[in-house]
Design a protein around this ligand. Structure first.
Ligand SMILES: [Fe+2]
Ligand SMILES: [Fe+2]
Length: 318
């Protein structure tokens, strides 16, 4: 059975005051109840994937900027795009399971009843996302294994002892990363079914980010300094782990994908690494960290003078 076990240090809190305290979270809970959808019946599953075609819009596919992709015949480029999309969607799928596990923890770990009720709605949202991505990926290609860095960050969030770390790690960092990645995927896809799935999912993820921002904006200023510093450091470490690869997550797995369509995987990875060192090349590419994650961390004042150098080191203007 493909089961991984981690040991967590979750504190489970009861709260016997059922009166609403954080109005914005209660309002979000109401919205979440109204905006539920059914992955089995609200998705146009009868739409066919164009078998021989490119599911990505060639004008948006930044992979086509690389020489080793330009050298491929058109049908191989389309095949590579399809496999890469399945790899990326597999990471979304595993991330959705991580989110499912984490918001199950949030129900137990957050102290406020408003926070617990809202997190309960997110559990079913994430279950639906697992369902929808799994079903789509199986049509496209196959489910690829989780990227080791993504798994390490998700495990750190699940293992964290402070609930505020879980909330910042999942609801602000990972959810913003998902939002940014879904936007890129929607803009870059020409498959109607995929666009619809990403659009429906992103509506839910927007609520999940709101939860993190609303909750943490109030909570962080109330924290004792040593704990708050730990949350700041936790955020910087998570971003560093994911961005430190210089925008090339899962390069080992990607090399295998390249080899699957007849490209020299090592040479391809070398070209990608080389190009991504160029700040101008990077500036022209969409970046969910630059455009979503870091601005959201700034909104909750979690990037302080103490931790800002770590973000600058990664190339962010903070
Ligand atoms: Fe999700
Ligand atoms: Fe989510």
């Amino acid at each position: 059975m493909p089961v991984d076990e981690i040991v967590t240090q979750l504190k489970t809190l009861w709260n016997f005051d059922y009166e609403p305290k954080i109005k914005a979270l209660r309002d979000l809970y109401e919205v979440a109840k109204k905006e539920q959808w059914n992955a089995a019946t609200d998705v146009p599953w009868d739409l066919e994937i164009d078998e021989g075609g490119d599911i990505l819009d060639p004008s948006q596919d930044r992979m086509r900027d690389f020489e080793f992709v330009k050298a491929l015949p058109e049908e191989k480029r389309a095949e590579l795009a399809r496999r890469r999309a399945a790899w990326t969607l597999s990471q979304f799928l595993h991330g959705e399971q991580g989110a499912l596990l984490c918001c199950g923890q949030l129900i137990e770990a957050v102290p406020d009843i408003d926070g617990k009720l809202y997190a309960a709605t997110q559990v079913i949202d994430e279950a639906r996302h697992v369902e929808v991505f799994h079903r789509y990926i199986k049509r496209l290609d196959q489910v690829y294994p989780i990227d080791p860095t993504l798994q390490a960050v998700l495990n750190q969030i699940l293992e964290a002892d402070l609930w505020q770390m879980k909330c910042v790690g999942m609801q602000v960092i990972v959810e913003s990363l998902a939002m940014g990645s879904f936007k890129i995927m929607k803009k870059g896809s020409r498959d109607e079914l995929l666009r619809k799935i990403v659009e429906l999912t992103a509506q839910d993820e927007a609520r999940h980010v709101s939860y993190g921002l609303i909750y943490m904006k109030d909570e962080l200023p109330l924290m004792a300094e040593p704990d708050r510093n730990r949350v700041e450091d936790f955020a910087a470490a998570a971003v560093t782990a994911m961005v430190g690869q210089r925008g090339t997550p899962g390069m080992g797995a990607q090399a295998a994908l390249f080899e699957g369509v007849g490209i020299d995987g090592e040479a391809a990875v070398r070209e990608i690494r080389e190009k991504l060192k160029d700040p101008e090349f990077r500036a022209g590419r969409p970046s969910p960290f630059r455009d979503h994650v870091v601005p959201q961390l700034q909104r909750i004042d979690l990037i302080t003078e103490r931790t800002a150098p770590q973000y600058r080191e990664l190339g962010f203007e903070v």
